[in-house]
Design a protein. Structure first.
Length: 254
């Protein structure tokens, strides 16, 4: 089952996607090209994980942490499939990060790894956009690097009941049709059940909360005018164009 959220004819719908068609809660069909895709979930929190692939840590020249390195992604950063990502004015190096996102299915606390799948609703694709020049060693990853509005594309849907093993999925990122990043969730340092146990020992997880599981090697610069396409086996593809920030003169001090 593929669960979606979208806006059509002035109404926000929760529905499903099958055979190339969107269906709203009333069973009415919608053309995917004529709707506004929304993030498929409304989480209370988005918990990200830094350096959960050894090859990604290597390309950055950073030692992998001994325990999961967590951060929060602001809810205001979330956008849906096909929505534009805004390249911040003054940023030098912005890049994509293709990541498997775990969707929590019920309120839970102190979940043992062996019971983690009992609290997981499904999986989706996340693009953990980052401005690399704002990542500093004294505090990584900083809110400024990953917290801009539009820096959290998620979607296009939540896949429920179809992924038997989240650690056997290919990850790919394309920019303007060129393959830039490729990996597999088989290489996650901290696997999904371990992450659920670790995070739920710290905080209560609520329905639709997201856990971003990390990105493999292969980050590269994207620019206004580029189109990012992120793919995960068994889920689909998440596409978002990059646009330039239109900063009002007053905001620039002009």
């Amino acid at each position: 089952m593929r669960r979606v959220r979208f806006a059509a004819e002035g109404t926000i719908h929760a529905g499903t996607f099958s055979d190339g068609v969107l269906h709203d809660g009333g069973g009415r069909a919608h053309d995917p090209a004529s709707v506004v895709w929304l993030p498929p979930v409304l989480p209370t929190k988005v918990v990200g994980l830094a350096l959960n692939f050894a090859d990604h840590a290597d390309e950055l020249g950073i030692r992998t942490p001994e325990e999961p390195a967590l951060f929060f992604k602001p809810l205001s950063s979330l956008i849906g499939h096909r929505a534009p990502v805004v390249y911040p004015a003054g940023a030098e190096y912005m890049h994509y990060e293709v990541e498997l996102a775990v969707v929590i299915g019920r309120t839970c606390r102190r979940v043992r790894a062996g019971r983690a799948y009992d609290v997981i609703r499904g999986y989706t694709i996340a693009n953990d956009l980052t401005v690399r020049d704002f990542v500093k060693n004294f505090y990584r990853p900083p809110v400024r690097a990953k917290g801009y509005d539009t820096f959290g594309p998620v979607g296009p849907w939540v896949v429920e009941g179809e992924i038997a093993d989240p650690h056997a999925l290919g990850l790919r990122a394309y920019v303007n049709g060129e393959l830039r990043q490729e990996g597999t969730t088989a290489h996650l340092i901290h696997r999904v059940p371990e992450l659920v146990e670790f995070i739920s020992a710290i905080m209560t997880l609520e329905p639709d909360d997201l856990i971003l599981t990390g990105t493999p090697k292969g980050i590269s610069h994207v620019h206004p005018g580029d189109l990012m396409r992120l793919e995960i086996d068994g889920i689909g593809a998440l596409e978002n164009p990059v646009v330039a920030d239109q900063v009002p003169p007053a905001a620039r001090g002009g």
